[in-house]
Design a protein around this ligand. Structure first.
Ligand SMILES: [Zn+2]
Length: 70
């Protein structure tokens, strides 16, 4: 007896959606995250979405100044 599987994908990439983050804005570059989220981070109990890993890294260097500049 043979079982056939339908292989979906080798690497299932996690897709972030705007509903998963607390702010609808990429604080590092100012882009609305509804355009697509590549990475997220948690900071002081909130979830932030970013369009790119570079944006997250920038934000995490000095999160307070980004939040203040809002
Ligand atoms: Zn960005």
């Amino acid at each position: 007896m043979t079982t056939t599987y339908t292989k979906i994908s080798d690497s299932v990439k996690v897709k972030f959606t705007a509903s998963m983050v607390d702010y609808k804005k990429d604080f590092a570059c100012g882009m609305p995250v509804t355009a697509g989220i590549e990475d997220t981070c948690h900071y002081k109990g909130k979830v932030y979405g970013f369009c790119a890993k570079e944006c997250k890294d920038e934000f995490l260097k000095k999160p307070e100044s980004y939040l203040k500049a809002k």
